[in-house]
Design a protein around this ligand. Sequence first.
Ligand SMILES: *Cc1c(COP(=O)(O)O)cnc(C)c1O
Length: 410
Amino acid sequence: MKTTSKQNLNDFNQIKYGYPDENGHYGIFGGTFVAETLIKPLQDLKDTYYKLKNDPDFLKELYTEFENYVGRPTPLYFAKRLTDKLNGANIFLKREDLCHTGAHKINNTIGQAILAKKMGKTRIIAETGAGQHGVASATVAARLGMECVVYMGEQDIYRQSQNVYRMKLLGAEVIPVTSGSRTLKDALNEALRDWVTNVDNTFYIIGTVAGPSPYPELVRDFQAIIGREVITQMQDIDKKVDALVACVGGGSNAIGLFYPFINTSSKMYGIEAAGNGLETGKHSAPLNKGKVGVLHGNRTYLLEDENGQIIETHSISAGLDYPGVGPEHALLKDLGLVEYKSATDEEAIQAFHELSRVEGIIPALETSHAVAYTFKLAKEMKKNQNIVINLSGRGDKDLNTVAKLEGIKI
Ligand SMILES: *Cc1c(COP(=O)(O)O)cnc(C)c1O
């Protein structure tokens, strides 16, 4: 399967679904809620992106990087033993865990870094929670010879020391954020502040389909290579896609899989982190339990208290531990085009072990939420039906978390 390099971002124009509108709104969601000083830089970014997304030179560079640096197309793997064991629908895994750096995040960072270079920027900044987006940003900055600064909550720096060292090895500077809860949402605020000050030479790479317009749109477009490859790969083996399943943190791997399937007959399931359980209040499931509000430049579903204060989220997986979600998912929920379900920490851990033992693939804890939900879904569907799970990342980064939980010293 080598057809992907011949596809291009124009394919998006064929999708009959008109979001976002010209102001970056997804129905009542999305938009541009930022300081006045950022309006012009965001407009410049949008203008450049709209010009380049149809430009053959840009697309050639992007697809060359996808093939030779990221390792695309990623395989679509039939999980036969898991399918047999569950005795339900056929389960296919889209192997984003095999991307360079071990997850889907690099699809987006390489795209944004090429944009940055085309705009004449020499410095990249990024925010990171677990460190995965920081690593993916530091990686592409090294690849393109750009300076890189990553903002990371002090709390997360302590929890994710391996990724901090990885970013340093890649030549990035990691700046600890000591405000607020010293985690991802505070790092995002700090990165926006840096951007306001240094916008002349600096490009801000956002790590998921959140933030002010046009970020949710361009991150989606770079990640949609995932779904487009799945369409071709399933056609090649003459199979219909009955259901798609992906975990939802900010929502980039999920929208990457879903977007090319919107308005087709395939059913779509986005899986949020239910943490200790949706009823305990200790979770990260804004689409299941949130209210509409504004955070980080866009309107979306958020986890907040009665006074509109953002509440502390909880998930075993750092990558799903975010109080908001991309605005396009908020719309897809309200339109009923995607069903948003959840999996608890416990279910995710069980799925983590099961996939490791049955298929020899250790998934990321984020991904394990999608796998856990599929265990239920496969049994409800017919045996000749097909489910594709977005295997968003590999689990190496989570070994310490799982071992510690089980009282094992490694
Ligand atoms: C970061 C991450 C996620 C969550 O981010 P999305 O934007 O929701 O995709 C999911 N899986 C893995 C492996 C990640 O690293």
